[in-house]
Design a binder for this molecule. Structure first.
Ligand code: FAD
Length: 258
């Protein structure tokens, strides 16, 4: 096992976090206990003192076609997977355009856009050293209960890459702020939108220090430059309090806080 120094103020999409040593795990390694595996940190808010972390190394960064499946290692970035799908005329990966992350992070979050979710196209997930069928995994809106670390994923293989669909889904991102963020901060409560609720309690555009709920899309907590973990938490706590008071709804974080 080797170590890599990661500066989370650069590595994470929201540009917050300390510079720390993270274990890099390769295929021949045992998974150490007591460490949390992360991917590209596009859905994370890392505190000043996070738990011990690990990432997957190069041996998990591969894509191959085998029989009726596309197999990808969990360190593969979504951008690379989409390029592969386009190059080989493979269908169903169009929704991952501009959905930043790794295959592992996508599976753990059941990432998606509208009705397109990664679990729609999964056949099996390798958890540690064991292949597990999708039917045996509990998953739902932005969660998957993985009994272990996802190392590889078997996707169903269908041909017919759809550039038009990709462009339609990309157009939905026009109202996404350009500043660093971790994507939507809260999950949408059933039948409602977290962004609408945050706006309704007057927090759209609200800033604390250099962090703020975007003026463009209230469910994006954005970093205007050198924003801190404490500023982020103050805003998140305020939003939860006010939404609970006014609507009786408990907002759930989509972003994982470590
Ligand atoms: C601008 C922007 C737009 C976004 N748009 C969308 C969107 O449209 N739809 C959407 O669903 N998400 C969206 N996101 C959130 C993010 O892109 C996804 O959640 C993505 O799947 C995170 O991947 P990651 O590799 O960065 O995971 P990380 O953020 O590193 O980790 C996320 C979680 O997954 C766990 N995890 C990571 N890898 C593994 C693994 N191999 N095995 C087990 N657990 C693992 C981590 O422990 C953590 O709990 C957006 C984010 C940004 C910044």
């Amino acid at each position: 096992m080797v170590w890599r120094q990661i500066d989370f103020a650069k590595y994470s999409s929201i540009k917050i976090g300390p510079k720390i040593e993270v274990a890099v795990i390769e295929e021949q390694d045992e998974f150490p206990s007591g460490k949390i595996l992360i991917g590209g940190a596009n859905n994370l808010l890392i505190s000043n003192n996070p738990p011990p972390l690990m990432i997957l190394g190069k041996s998990f960064d591969f894509i191959e076609i085998k029989d009726d499946s596309l197999i990808a290692g969990c360190a593969v970035k979504t951008g690379r997977l989409l390029s592969f799908a386009k190059k080989h005329n493979i269908a169903n990966f169009e929704f991952i355009a501009k959905l930043p992350g790794t295959v592992g992070g996508m599976v753990a979050m059941n990432a998606g856009v509208k009705e397109y979710e990664v679990f729609n196209i999964i056949q099996e997930v390798k958890l540690g050293n064991r292949w597990v069928k999708k039917e045996e995994i509990e998953y739902g809106y932005r969660f998957a209960k993985l009994d272990g670390i996802a190392t590889k994923v078997k996707f169903k293989l269908e041909y017919g890459y759809n550039e038009k669909l990709k462009n339609e889904l990309l157009a939905l991102r026009n109202n996404q702020p350009k500043e660093p963020s971790a994507g939507s901060f809260f999950k949408n409560p059933p039948g409602d939108y977290a962004g609408r609720l945050i706006e309704a309690v007057g927090l759209k555009g609200k800033r604390v220090g250099n962090m703020g709920f975007s003026e463009i899309h209230a469910n994006f907590l954005v970093n205007y430059g050198n924003g801190t973990f404490e500023e982020a938490i103050e805003l998140v706590t305020k939003a939860k309090e006010l939404v609970l008071q006014k609507f009786g709804i408990e907002l759930q974080n989509e972003v994982q806080i470590l």
